[in-house]
Ligand binder design. Structure first.
Ligand code: IVH
Length: 690
């Protein structure tokens, strides 16, 4: 019989009279069916039926229960949400205290833990201990009691001895069975586990909360904890809580029978309790460390947040021998991942002056280790951002660093603000050159108006000019540039080509050899390309790609310097803002002088590379996407060839793409091109067209 048949016969029970099934039998059948589907969906992560199917059967059960309220079964899914909002939660003493875990942070802590287990149990040092290992779920601990296999009570950890009865809320968690499966169900069972919210559910829920103008939560753990503390179980039912079981407080008898933590976990899972598929066993300290790395690598991709892994001696006998210290077992330890959000203090807000004069506020922080690196300083981006986060010097702040991204400074809800603190104000004058600071309309940034008079702007401009992607002077680091600018040996990029050996060797930490090497790289950098040269000038809004486009279009520096805004607008991707910025740059006599100086000091580029674009070339005006590995060019080189012929290169395939140039091992872009009917060129065809 299919599910649907089951359902239909369930619906027709005492309406039609054609079924000989009693209401209680029908009820039981629908409940078992719904519970099986919930288990498949929430615990096994393998839905058996579409949601609509579930809803239909649920409705049928509800109707049946409405007609026979005296027959309502305790494990009916309709009973997950029931009752009225409570006045408060009842305090309940734990039958077995809920302990905490000792922490390990470094590999050496784990090796020491494994060694101590053997020492305390009087085992030879070369024994290999078996461990049960789990992720450390980042939610809230809960103790759940089942009586004769039926959900009875759920108690929060509280202080470990006394917690709160949150049964009504916990019952709404659909991955938690209201009734255990199987035949050998103990009369009383107390399980332990973690309530949490998946990252995706959390985001969706917060979105919905925000739309309704309700409270939004800082992270999934807060959302789960806040939900469990809700007095109205209907609210809890509307929020997507999950549960994983990681242990049980067993009777002596059961411990003797099951023997190990891992077989206990299998037993719990067979009764329908959700156990993470990441839980397993590991051998010895090396096995633990391998598990730590494997889970750590998967951390970001997991649907829920974890803050480490937990190791437990597998054998109950051995656990018993090891015993407890203070409030934690000696047979288990939590190995924490480096935190990615740490509390710190905002010591000061300084401002930094960038290449274009932009004034960026920077947080000076009490140094903290976050995501594995020490952070003592982090950008605050702009004034709006500081005001939005309401940050003040002296505040306690959270420093977050997820993955490799730059650290972020966030307000801390528990901050107790210094009564004397005041809001940050932008300086009215540049801290470096004392020129006026101005905010341009429509821009978030404040800027120093000092231009190259400002040593900060000059230093950044020179660093940019010398950058690997610009004129490329190897060995000219930012510290050295600062010194050269400070000594006023370098006032424009052209001055770099006027540096002399005798002067350089006098600098601190500059030997004869490094002075010689630096002059060699400066000499070498004179041979460049027009595109790199233009990019190096640091014209606002002219990035690498635009610089290359301009180079290909104008071919000649005088033609570019004399181009009108209209002429500039003819270049790919050059809009009015960019055109105006270029025009302004070259209108400035000092900038014209720098360009002329650079050329007369010997900076040059091959001219054949930038021959004028020929409108009859098959690449002219065409948009390319490059993918896969080419055999004769790097992708950049192929891109430059296309640009030089009046074509354009973009990153992703769309309807506007004319050609996809596909090398070896081309991936999804090839499929997309095929789907959109974009012409695909192989390398040979491309060469032919060139
Ligand atoms: S075992 C004696 N296993 O971590 C305590 N705890 O620091 C035994 N936690 O309050 C706990 N994942 O809420 C254990 N796989 C896991 C866990 C886990 C998260 C939490 C739990 C406990 C805290 C202990």
């Amino acid at each position: 019989m299919s599910n649907l048949d089951l359902f239909e016969s369930g619906c027709t029970d005492d309406n039609s009279g054609s079924s000989d099934e009693s209401p209680i039998t029908a009820m039981r059948r629908l409940i078992d069916l719904l519970n099986r589907w919930e288990h498949a969906y929430y615990v096994l992560d393998a839905p058996e039926v579409p949601d609509s199917e579930y809803d239909k059967v649920y409705l049928a059960l509800q109707q049946l229960e409405l007609r026979h309220p005296d027959l309502i079964q305790i494990d009916s899914p309709t009973q997950r949400v029931g009752g009225k909002p409570a006045d408060g939660f009842e305090q309940v003493r734990h039958r077995v205290p809920m302990l905490s875990l000792g922490n390990a942070f470094e590999d050496s802590d784990v090796i020491a833990f494994d060694r101590r287990v053997k020492e305390l149990a009087d085992l030879p040092t070369d024994t290999t201990i078996a461990y049960a290992v789990d992720p450390k779920f980042d939610g809230l601990a809960i103790s759940i009691h089942y009586k004769n296999g039926v959900f009875e009570q759920a108690i929060t950890r509280g202080d470990g001895t006394v917690g709160e009865d949150v049964s009504a809320n916990v019952k709404t968690i659909r991955s938690l069975p209201l009734k255990l499966r199987g035949t050998a169900i103990p009369e009383h069972l107390e399980i332990r586990g973690e309530i949490f919210m998946t990252k995706k559910d959390f985001l969706l829920m917060n979105q919905r909360q925000a739309e309704l103008g309700l409270k939004v939560f800082a992270n999934p753990r807060n959302a789960a904890a806040g939900t469990i503390r809700q007095l109205d179980p209907k609210v809890a039912a509307s929020r997507p809580l999950r549960f994983y079981c990681y242990g049980a407080a067993l009777e002596r008898e059961q411990l003797r029978e099951l023997k190990t933590q891992s077989s206990m976990m299998r037993w719990l899972s067979e009764m329908g309790l959700p156990v993470s598929e990441l839980s397993q066993t590991a051998l010895g300290a090396q096995g633990l460390l391998t598990f730590y790395r494997t889970v750590g690598d998967r951390r970001g991709a997991l649907p829920f947040e974890i803050d480490g892994v937990v190791y437990k001696v597998d054998s109950f006998d051995l656990q018993d021998q090891l015993g407890y210290v203070a409030k934690a077992p000696r047979f288990a330890v939590a190995h924490k991942f480096p935190p990615d959000e740490v509390l710190s203090r905002l010591l000061n807000i300084e401002v930094q002056v960038g290449r274009t004069g932009s004034i960026t506020p920077v947080a000076k922080l009490e140094p903290v280790k976050v995501g594995g690196v020490v952070v003592s300083s982090a950008t605050l981006h702009n004034l709006d951002e500081i005001q939005r986060k309401d940050l003040r010097v002296g505040d306690q702040v959270l420093v977050r660093r997820a993955g490799d991204v730059i650290p972020e400074v966030l307000p801390f809800s528990g901050n107790q603000r210094n009564p004397g603190s005041s809001a940050f104000v932008m300086p009215t004058h540049c801290p470096i050159c004392n020129s006026l600071v101005r905010k341009e309309e429509g821009e978030a940034a404040f800027r120093c108006t000092g231009g190259l008079v400002c040593k900060a702007q000059l230093t950044q401009s020179i660093i940019h000019f010398a950058h690997r992607r610009a004129i490329d002077i190897e060995g000219l680091g930012s510290k050295l540039v600062e010194v050269l600018v400070d000594k006023e040996w370098v006032k424009t990029p052209a001055d770099l080509f006027r540096l002399e050996f005798d002067a350089l060797v006098q600098l601190e930490r500059m030997g004869e050899k490094s002075a010689r090497n630096l002059l060699d790289s400066i000499e070498k950098a004179k041979q460049t390309t027009f595109g790199r040269f233009l990019f190096g000038l640091g014209i606002r809004h002219v990035g690498e790609a635009t610089a290359r486009d301009l180079a290909a279009h104008f071919a000649d520096v005088d033609r570019l310097m004399n181009a009108t805004e209209e002429e500039l607008l003819e270049v790919n991707d050059v809009g009015p803002v960019v055109a105006e910025s270029i025009r302004q740059f070259f209108d400035e006599p000092a900038n014209q002088q720098v360009v002329r100086d650079l050329v007369s000091l010997g900076v040059s580029w091959p001219t054949e590379e930038i021959k004028l674009t020929d409108e009859s070339h098959p690449f002219f005006g065409k948009t390319f996407v490059l993918t896969g590995t080419l055999s004769q060019y790097s992708r950049d080189e192929a891109g430059a060839l296309i640009l030089a012929r009046g074509g354009k290169v973009t990153g992703s395939v769309s309807k506007k793409t004319d050609y996809l140039l596909a090398g070896e091992a081309a991936g999804s872009k090839l499929d997309k091109a095929a789907a959109l009917g974009v012409t695909v060129l192989d390398e040979n065809t491309f060469q032919g067209m060139l």
